[in-house]
Design a protein around this ligand. Structure first.
Ligand code: NI
Ligand code: MN
Length: 226
């Protein structure tokens, strides 16, 4: 059993009742944020790429909570230099175990640099946790290997950016869902800024017309249980 709480933009918190996993913490400066960074005490923090609208609160939350941070190697190196002690830095294709689960880094078609200027590759995350396979796509455009990712992993729920401008738009995201073939999908990375205002209802209608996948639209702060 996994509870998936949407905290706004691309920030999600997964919980199996014992372990809490925080993905892409962007609360400070996020107009959609459902909670403040100080409210969160995760055991593990996963980060798809370095951009501030994903990484803003990684260091402050990890320093306070002692959470293990797992992200691409170059960003992990930066965080170690910042004084974080529990940092693990694999590369694309690598799998890292954590208490209660594991995460595998997969490609994303996007750029990645931290606010401090560390360049790296952007990733998606395949998270095996609580008996559920969650695929957080990170920021990405549609790319052909999504089909391969869907073939290699039986995805229960995909967390898919739909806002356009920085990522896939609604129409491309519908095609991404068709290629990945998840059981359920939760849209994200829209509505936060004027450049990514889209209608999630259009995404839902498109996915349910083109695929057998169920679309769950969460407002920031809402939880979905699998
Ligand atoms: Ni980005
Ligand atoms: Mn982003």
């Amino acid at each position: 059993m996994t509870e998936i709480r949407f905290l706004g933009h691309a920030t999600f918190e997964l919980s199996d009742g014992t372990t809490t996993v925080l993905i892409d913490p962007f609360l400070t400066g996020n107009p959609q944020a459902a909670v403040s960074a100080e409210d969160l005490s995760p055991d593990v923090i996963l980060l798809t790429h370095g951009h501030g609208d994903h990484s803003a609160d990684v260091v402050s939350i990890a320093k306070r909570s002692g959470a293990t941070v797992i992200t691409m190697l170059e960003i992990a190196d930066e965080y170690q230099q910042e004084g974080l002690e529990n940092v693990i830095g694999p590369n694309i294709g690598g799998t890292v175990e954590f208490p209660g689960g594991s995460v595998k880094l997969v490609p994303a078609a996007h750029s990645s640099s931290t606010p401090k200027g560390t360049f790296s590759a952007a990733t998606g995350l395949i998270v095996e946790f609580g008996g559920v396979t969650t695929y957080h796509l990170g920021d990405t455009w549609l790319f052909g290997d999504m089909e391969l990712i869907g073939r290699r992993h039986s995805i229960d729920v995909a967390l898919v950016p739909i806002g356009g401008f920085f990522t896939m738009d609604v129409e491309d995201a519908v095609e991404a869902v068709r290629m990945i073939g998840p059981r359920q999908v939760i849209p994200c990375h829209y509505g936060t800024f004027p450049s990514i205002e889209v209608e999630a209802a259009e995404f839902k209608a498109g996915v349910e017309r083109e695929t057998a996948t169920e679309v769950i639209i969460l407002e920031p702060g809402q939880t979905h249980t699998l």
